[in-house]
Design a protein around this ligand. Sequence first.
Ligand SMILES: CC(C)(COP(=O)(O)OP(=O)(O)OC[C@H]1O[C@@H](n2cnc3c(N)ncnc32)[C@H](O)[C@@H]1OP(=O)(O)O)[C@@H](O)C(=O)NCCC(=O)NCCS
Length: 152
Amino acid sequence: MGIITDIPGLRIRQLSPADAQELSYIELQIFPTPWSENSLRSCLELSNVDGEAALVDDSIIGYFFAQYAADEAHILNVGIIKDYRRMGIATFLLERFIKRAKAYGAETCYLEVRSGNRSAQQMYFNQGFMPVSVRKQYYPNGEDAIILMKQL
Ligand SMILES: CC(C)(COP(=O)(O)OP(=O)(O)OC[C@H]1O[C@@H](n2cnc3c(N)ncnc32)[C@H](O)[C@@H]1OP(=O)(O)O)[C@@H](O)C(=O)NCCC(=O)NCCS
């Protein structure tokens, strides 16, 4: 994995509802069932949603957002545009989130991932997430969701 500081001009900032349109364009490129601009905006307006963007030259090249509920954190989405993958950016955003979630008081972190999405699963396994259950045919194409969990 490349060292994050090797990426010229990379900076990280908090996501805001104003990012919804830019994120929706990225979603269309990288997800089979992308979030719409409106769903993204509504989600990022919630006070219990926490997310960050990775930017190069003022363009978002990756993002991560999650939601807190009681003592749980639920990762909602993470995406990195193709040209910037395998450089450690998603792991970097995830590690930063785990620190914030602990500071917030979350005790467990959950997420759903497509059963066929081996790259994302491997990234989460590397960070200590474990499979805890399967939601059959969770996605519109009939694919199962694997529920991953990490004790924080
Ligand atoms: C999954 C995704 C977010 C990973 O982002 P990334 O910045 O490339 O991830 P990292 O560079 O931090 O990779 C971390 C580890 O994940 C695993 N991994 C990531 N991409 C992989 C791939 N294409 N094949 C195999 N393993 C992969 C590797 O173990 C990698 O560590 P390594 O590079 O030291 O081998 C990115 O591929 C993506 O945006 N995919 C499309 C959207 C998506 O699937 N989101 C997840 C929804 S749950």
